[in-house]
Design a protein. Sequence first.
Length: 279
Amino acid sequence: MALIIHVDGGARGNPGPAGAGVVIRTDDGRRIHEAGYFLGRQTNNAAEYHALIRALQRAQRTGDTNLSICSDSELLVRQLTGEYRVKARGLQPLFEQAQRLLLHFRWQVRHVRRGQNSRADQLANLAMDQGQDVLVFDADPKCRPPPVPDAAAQVADRPPAGEPPTTQATPGLRPPTIPPAAGQRRVQVRVVRQPAEGECPAGGVGAQEFQVGAGLPAGLCLHAAHALLPTVLALQNTNAGDFAAVPTLTIRCTRGGCGATFHVSPLRAGNGQTHIESD
């Protein structure tokens, strides 16, 4: 069974009071979860990521591993697929948290029109209207929305004019670190599509396949490294029992026009492929 997830986030004032809407159903139409989450002061883009994170946290409890994610945020979709870089410092920890959660699933993400995402939008606005989390439905009668951190502690992904940028503190999120070399988990990277001719500033990806431990191979383009690093770090920081079970992930270089594509998986893992798509 697969789960169909619709997420939406918004802020009144950008940044301002923000809400996230989450709708989760099975692929045969059975409702799993509908809720709006009040996020305190956030920007629109941060709210979109919070909606995705809340959805993935709830999806983990179902035990289902196949997800189809729908969002009307082109930025969110293209950052998840590696087509856009995460430039806002406040979004980076949210992006990394979402990447780590996605490692538990076989998933695809799709950009949809706002009209196709209306229920999630309604739920996000409902949370903003009421200034609190609103649980409309959950298949688990014991389900309660997770606690929302103090709004005063929230940091928007775009600071007010005249103030230096700051990194948003995300509850429970610690910056990814590479494990010591002695116990280094190694990640396999396979090049399934070379860069378009003349598009790689480093002259192309030399090796067709390589392993990543404590560092990336010499000569790898900065754009490709930028695309690969969040997933490699997330893989290396998974629980020991989950590491070998992580499916193969498809990552695209972030440089426009390049088209280089990589398959990333735990070393010696041959457990399927995650397809990442966007419209």
